[in-house]
Design a protein around this ligand. Structure first.
Ligand code: SF4
Ligand code: SF4
Length: 445
């Protein structure tokens, strides 16, 4: 076993030692209830978790719980002993999977998931970003020299206007920063989830080390999954030489500097945040930031914010539940007289941006609002155009230009695969035909 694997095991063992077996964590777990596990059996399930951690069997009821987990962190918030139960569950699940099948099986599954994601990200980023910007983002982390690294992760490059917004905002703060991301800096989530720990160490663990090698004093994360993994599976395992935190928390901490730069002539709007708990203080930070934007009224809408820490990913196991959350949010926003839904993360933005064709609502990311308030931003949200399924002329013209600039060709089979990627994810969308037909025509040119 590697030194890293040893330290992970020690973290889980420490949680088991501190656990009093009260069962609160299992009682509040939304996904345990979603799959019908009885809250009355909380003490038994937690006992099985402790037993598994100490080398005992992977009990059936326990494995159902672990398999259902989507990382909401409601358990962690409910623990009177301050145990990071989500972290414990994540490590226990990985260890159980590691013992249940040959590593090669997990390695094959992880590689396949990674390959699929990397192809989609590469193509979508090449359709929406100029080569110079893309190369800047993809350059090796350890070769950077700025004091602050803005780490994008991989998947936000499907909706790269968000990255450009954050860069605009950090520029407006006159910060010495650099941006880094893409699949060569993956957090290794698939490898960890599939219990391929040796490859995880060469990917996620290595990415985290490369941040340190850059000499940055601060790493601002974007992706909620990367934030969670680097916090719980890296920083908690071995303290880093830099501060790590989500960009929204950093911006909220710099609220006065932002407010001083906000322009007063902002559009009047009533907005609802599509809320997720589970990633530090991101929700509170985004609410604080939005409330400071001139002429923006934040409408509080009760919603199911504790079901998962973000849309998609692990939460996609519960398609019906996600769909119901999206519908209830849009209908609640309309009923409250809101005109805008603000998304926190990229996966939520992808899920909801097509709502514009169904409801009288605009869908923007919080970074769109902040960049605009600073007199910057305005980067086209091409993904929203794809998702709305209306006229594609603008999106296709941009894609043609950017693909050529990036030296990337799109073929018909890639368009088929992208269409499935964009329109099979849970969320609200227009017709898929407009995207598929317009980009198939582009591929044939
Ligand atoms: S992280 Fe959320 S889904 Fe996972 S065990 Fe904890 S409460 Fe349940
Ligand atoms: S809430 Fe905390 S102390 Fe109670 S069973 Fe869960 S992990 Fe143990």
């Amino acid at each position: 076993m590697s030194a890293y694997a040893d330290r992970l095991e020690a973290l889980a063992a420490e949680a088991a030692d501190r656990c009093t077996g009260c069962g609160n964590c299992f009682e509040v777990c939304p996904t345990a209830r979603e799959i019908g596990l009885d809250a009355g059996e909380a003490k038994a399930r937690v006992g099985e978790l402790s037993s598994l951690t100490r080398g005992g069997p992977a009990a059936k009821g326990l494995m159902k719980w672990l398999d259902a987990c989507d990382g909401s962190a409601r358990c962690t918030d409910a623990c009177p002993e301050d145990i990071n139960v989500r972290q414990w569950v994540t490590i226990a699940k990985m260890k159980a999977l590691e013992s249940a099948r040959p590593r090669s099986e997990g390695a094959t599954a992880a590689a396949s998931r990674f390959r699929h994601m990397a192809q989609a990200v590469r193509l979508l980023a090449s359709m929406q970003l100029p080569s110079e910007t893309l190369q800047r983002i993809l350059a090796p982390a350890e070769k950077r020299s700025a004091d602050v690294l803005f780490y994008t992760g991989c998947n936000v490059l499907r909706t790269p206007h968000i990255v450009l917004n954050v860069m605009d905002i950090l520029d407006a703060l006159e910060l010495d920063f650099d941006v880094v991301g893409g699949t060569a800096h993956c957090c290794g989530v698939y490898q960890f989830q599939e219990a391929d720990l040796p490859t995880y160490e060469r990917m996620g663990h290595r990415t985290f080390q490369r941040f340190g090698q850059s000499g940055a004093s601060k790493v601002l994360t974007w992706c909620p999954t990367c934030t969670k993994n680097f916090d719980e599976l890296e920083q908690a395992v071995e303290p880093a030489s830099f501060d790590l935190g989500h960009v929204s928390e950093f911006l909220a901490a710099n609220l006065d500097a932002l407010k001083a730069r906000f322009r007063p002539d902002q559009p009047r709007r009533r907005v609802v945040i599509h809320e997720h708990l589970g990633i530090g203080a991101t929700l509170a930070s985004i609410a604080t930031l939005l409330k400071a934007v001139p002429n923006l009224e934040l409408v509080e809408l009760p919603q199911d914010s504790g079901f998962s820490y973000a849309c998609g990913g692990q939460a996609a196991k519960f398609k019906d539940r996600e769909q119901a959350i999206h519908r209830a949010l849009a209908e609640g926003a309309v009923a409250e007289g809101a005109d805008t839904i603000v998304t926190m993360y990229h996966s939520c933005h992808r899920a909801l941006s097509g709502a514009e064709v169904i409801y009288p609502l605009k869908v923007v990311n919080f970074t769109d609002v902040l960049a605009e308030a600073l007199g910057r931003g305005g980067h086209p949200d091409y993904y929203r155009l794809y998702k709305k399924g209306g006229a594609m002329d603008e999106a296709v013209a941009a894609a043609r230009r950017f693909l050529q600039d990036n030296g990337v060709r799109v073929d018909e089979s890639s368009v088929q695969s992208l269409t499935a990627d964009i329109f099979n994810e849970t969320g609200l969308a227009g017709s898929r035909d407009a995207f598929r037909d317009a980009f198939t025509a582009l591929a044939r040119q």
